[in-house]
Design a protein around this ligand. Structure first.
Ligand SMILES: *[C@@H]1O[C@H](CO)[C@@H](O)[C@H](O)[C@H]1NC(C)=O
Length: 285
């Protein structure tokens, strides 16, 4: 009798467990200093969805334990909106991170990033001057470029060592001039700008050896930020899709169980079930 209540309780417990990876993603995104840390608005949807899922699944769990039909229906409605929000987020994440990635550079281990390779809503948002002022100062404050220096036995790394390093999109886009400019390496963030504007790239004139400026005004820096967001959002989206599929399955199971409960409520005046109905709910658990 009333196995459907146990089922709903179990489903809610699993849903509760699923809210943990979603919340963890939001926290992971915010802990990635110097990338999405500078784009705070991006991790909020995940934190809100994760927290809502946690609260609602606890309500559903309580509803199933105490056989509170009102809580159960509230749960079904809230869960429906959470599912819609999560679907919306996954679609949005794929839509805004649709295009763009790094380009390989001859004789360099790192890729370089071009704003022209990116497009869409996120690109316009990041490129927007008023917004870029905030993002670039955030990147500067994170000191990502200053931390890029490496020493081997107390000696700063040479150009060849630097060229054979893997760099993050932000390091590559914001902390050094584009290779096209033909500048000469001194250290990671100091370059002799003698070589002339070989590539004719406007970023070559934006580059500065002032450690507070480096390439923060460059288009390559904006492209690096976009590539970095794309990278972490794609990871997050994979988890979100898995969570979404499981949630939909659980939702359907909970819905079927709830319908089953209702039918049994209607049938109950017959036979021994009348007695069980009068008993406190914990007897069934
Ligand atoms: C490069 O040298 C300058 C001047 O000595 C220094 O301020 C800067 O921190 C160095 N860059 C890195 C990444 O170590």
């Amino acid at each position: 009798m009333r196995t459907s209540n146990h089922l709903i309780g179990a489903v809610n417990f699993l849903t509760f467990l699923l809210s943990i990876p979603i919340l963890a993603e939001g926290i992971w995104l915010s802990s990635r200093a110097n990338t999405t840390d500078c784009m705070r608005f991006l991790q909020w949807p995940l934190i809100v969805i994760g927290a809502a899922l946690m609260v609602v699944s606890l309500a559903g769990f309580a509803g199933a334990c105490y056989r509170n039909t009102f809580l159960m229906y509230l749960y079904m409605w809230a869960m429906f909106f959470i599912l819609v929000a999560l679907i919306g987020f996954v679609v949005f994440a794929f839509a805004v991170t649709d295009k763009g990635s790094g380009r390989p550079v001859l004789n360099r281990a790192y890729s370089e990033y071009y704003l022209g390779d990116f497009s869409g809503w996120l690109e316009r948002r990041v490129s927007d001057e008023s917004y870029w002022v905030k993002i670039s100062s955030c990147i500067r404050d994170s000191k990502v470029c200053g931390k890029m220096g490496r020493e081997i036995n107390g000696i700063p790394e040479t150009a060849d060592m630097f060229y054979s390093r893997k760099l993050s999109p932000i390091q590559s886009g914001c902390c050094k001039p584009p290779t096209d400019c033909g500048f000469t390496y001194v250290n990671e963030t100091i370059w002799i700008t003698g070589g002339g504007l070989v590539g004719g790239d406007p970023d070559c004139t934006r580059w500065s050896n002032d450690q507070e400026l480096v390439c923060y005004a460059c288009d390559s820096c904006k492209a690096g930020v976009l590539a970095s967001i794309k990278h972490s959002w794609r990871k997050v989206s994979v988890i979100n899709i898995v969570v979404l599929i499981l949630l939909i399955i659980f939702y359907v199971v909970a819905y079927a169980a709830l319908r089953n409960n209702k039918r049994m409520d209607n049938d109950e005046p017959y036979g021994e079930t009348r007695m069980t109905k009068a008993q406190p709910s914990w007897i069934h658990l």
